[in-house]
Ligand binder design. Structure first.
Ligand code: FAD
Length: 387
C-alpha cells in the first residue's frame, strides 16, 4: 500500500522525533519509520538510565567536526534553554549533576514519553518494526518497507551512528548517503574506553575499579575529570572525552595529580624512603594506585634529580593505548556525513534537494555531558522547521 506524506523520517531516535515534532507543529504530514519495536531506545539507556538530556553550558566548542563552525547556526536557533523549557512544560523533574549536565530525577522514559506526547499533539505518525528495503528518488522519495510504501517530497535520515549494534544501530544512514553520492568523513568509535598494551595491562589490571581525578589530553583540549582503571584499559569520563580525539599509535598524556606537588615531603624528610613517598600520596591518589606507581617508578637512589623525574612522571604519564573497545562500547560514532554537503541552517543536502541528514549520522560529535543530545535536538529542529 502506498502512503503519501509531506516528509518521511528514518529513525525514531532523539533527532528524528524532534524533527517530526517541529514539522508536525507546522502542519506537515509526517511519517517516522523505526526499525525497532519502540521509539528512542538509546534515550532509554542514556545517562545510566536517567538521560543527560542537555548541558547548561553548551557552545560550539563542545563539538568535534571537520568544520567546527557548522554547528553554530542550529545550536543558536534551538538552544539548551529551548529544550529545558520543553522538559519543564511537561513537568519532568531534573537536576544538574556536575559541569552543567542535566539529568532526569526519575528515569529517561520521562523524555521518550514527552517526545511521544509531543508527536501525538503534532499529528505525527510513527510506524514501528519497519524494515527498510529500498529508498529511491523519482519526482518524490519512495521508501519501501515490506508490503508498505511511503512517498514524500522530503526524506530525513535520522538513523544514528554505528555505536551499540546490540540495541539496533545500523549503517542505514551512511548507505543512503553513499547511494546519493553524499560524501562521508571516515567514521570511528568515540566516547569509548581505551585499551592498554599488554605490558601496561599486566601492570595495572589488578587495579580495575580504581578511579581518580586526572587531567587527560591527546590531539585536542585537556579534560579534568575522573579516570577509571578497567581490566582492559582506561575508562571514566576523562578517558571517554580524550578517546574522541585519539589517533592510533599516538600517546595520551595524563596528569595523575593535577595542581599538586608530591615530592616536597620526601625532599624535606630526614630519610628518604618508600613509606615517606607513599604517605606523600595520601589524599592525592588512591592508595592502591599510588603503591603500584611507586613500585614501577621507584626514584633511583632517591637523589634530588630522581625525585624531580618522579614528580614529572606523575604529571605526565604518557600512555600509548593499543586501541579502543570499539563500537560495542562507544557512546557515539565520530565522523559521518560530511558537513560540506549540508546546509548548516536546514541540514538539507546541497546537491540532493529534499534529502536531509540530522543527529549522530552527521560528522558532528559532542563531548560527554549532554552535548550529543543537544546536537540531536538542534539539528532535528533545524530540519523540522524547514520541511
Ligand atoms: C550507552 C549510551 C549512553 C549515552 N548517554 C548519553 C547522554 O546521557 N547524553 C547525551 O547527550 N548523549 C548520550 N549518548 C549519545 C546519544 O544517545 C546519541 O548521540 C543520540 O541518541 C543520537 O541521536 P540520533 O537520533 O541521531 O540517533 P539514535 O538516537 O541512535 O536514533 C536512531 C534511530 O534510528 C533507528 N534506526 C537505525 N537503523 C535503522 C534502520 N535501518 N531502519 C529504521 N530505523 C533505524 C534506531 O533504531 C534509532 O531509533 C549515549 C549513547 C549511548 C550508547
Amino acid at each position: 500500500m502506498a502512503r503519501k506524506f509531506d516528509a518521511v523520517i528514518l529513525g525514531a531516535g532523539a533527532a528524528g522525533l524532534m524533527c517530526a515534532i517541529e514539522a508536525g507543529k507546522r502542519g506537515r504530514r509526517v511519517a517516522v519509520l523505526e526499525r525497532a519495536e519502540k521509539i528512542g531506545k538509546k534515550i532509554l539507556i542514556s545517562g545510566g538510565g536517567r538521560c543527560n538530556f542537555t548541558n547548561i553550558y553548551c557552545t560550539a566548542e563542545n563539538f568535534i567536526s571537520a568544520n567546527p563552525h557548522f554547528v553554530k547556526s542550529a545550536l543558536a536557533r534551538y538552544t539548551q534553554k529551548n529544550f529545558i523549557a520543553l522538559v519543564e512544560k511537561h513537568r519532568i523533574p531534573y537536576h544538574e549533576k556536575t559541569l552543567g549536565q542535566l539529568f532526569c530525577d526519575r528515569a529517561a522514559s520521562d523524555i521518550t514519553q514527552m517526545l511521544e506526547e509531543e508527536c501525538r499533539a503534532a499529528g505525527v505518525q510513527i510506524f514501528l518494526n519497519q524494515e527498510i528495503q529500498e529508498v529511491r528518488k523519482a519526482t518524490e522519495f519512495l521508501v519501501k518497507t515490506g508490503p508498505d510504501e511511503f512517498r514524500a517530497p522530503a526524506l530525513v535520515v535520522a538513523a544514528g551512528g554505528l555505536s551499540i549494534p546490540k540495541i539496533g544501530a545500523t549503517s542505514l544512514g551512511y548507505e543512503i548517503a553513499r547511494q546519493f553520492g553524499v560524501k562521508i568523513q571516515k567514521t570511528r568509535p568515540a566516547l569509548v574506553p581505551l585499551t592498554l598494551n599488554a605490558k601496561d595491562q599486566r601492570n595495572y589490571f589488578e587495579l580495575s575499579g580504581v578511579s581518580m581525578e586526572v587531567v587527560a589530553q591527546t590531539n585536542g583540549p585537556a579534560f579534568r575529570e575522573k579516570m577509571l582503571i578497567t581490566h582492559r584499559g582506561l575508562s571514566g569520563p576523562a578517558m571517554l572525552q580524550v578517546s574522541s580525539y585519539w589517533e592510533p599509535e599516538t600517546p595520551v598524556s595524563i596528569d595523575l595529580a593535577p595542581g599538586r606537588k608530591v615530592i616536597s615531603a620526601v625532599t624535606q624528610a630526614k630519610t628518604r624512603t618508600e613509606s615517606v613517598l607513599k604517605n606523600a600520596f595520601a589524599g592525592i591518589l588512591p592508595k592502591r594506585f599510588a603503591d603500584r606507581w611507586i613500585e614501577l617508578h621507584q626514584p633511583k637512589n632517591w637523589t634530588n634529580e630522581a625525585l624531580v623525574e618522579f614528580e614529572k612522571s606523575v604529571h605526565r604519564w604518557e600512555v600509548v593505548p593499543s586501541g579502543t573497545e570499539g563500537y560495542e562500547k562507544a557512546e557515539v560514532t565520530a565522523g559521518g556525513v560530511d558537513t560540506d554537503e549540508l546546509s548548516s541552517k536546514t541540514m538539507e543536502c546541497r546537491n540532493v534537494p529534499g534529502l536531509y541528514f540530522i543527529g549522530e549520522v552527521v560528522d558532528v560529535t559532542g563531548h560527554l555531558g549532554g552535548f550529543n543530545f543537544q546536537w540531536a535536538w538542534a539539528s532535528g529542529a533545524a530540519a523540522g522547521r524547514s520541511l
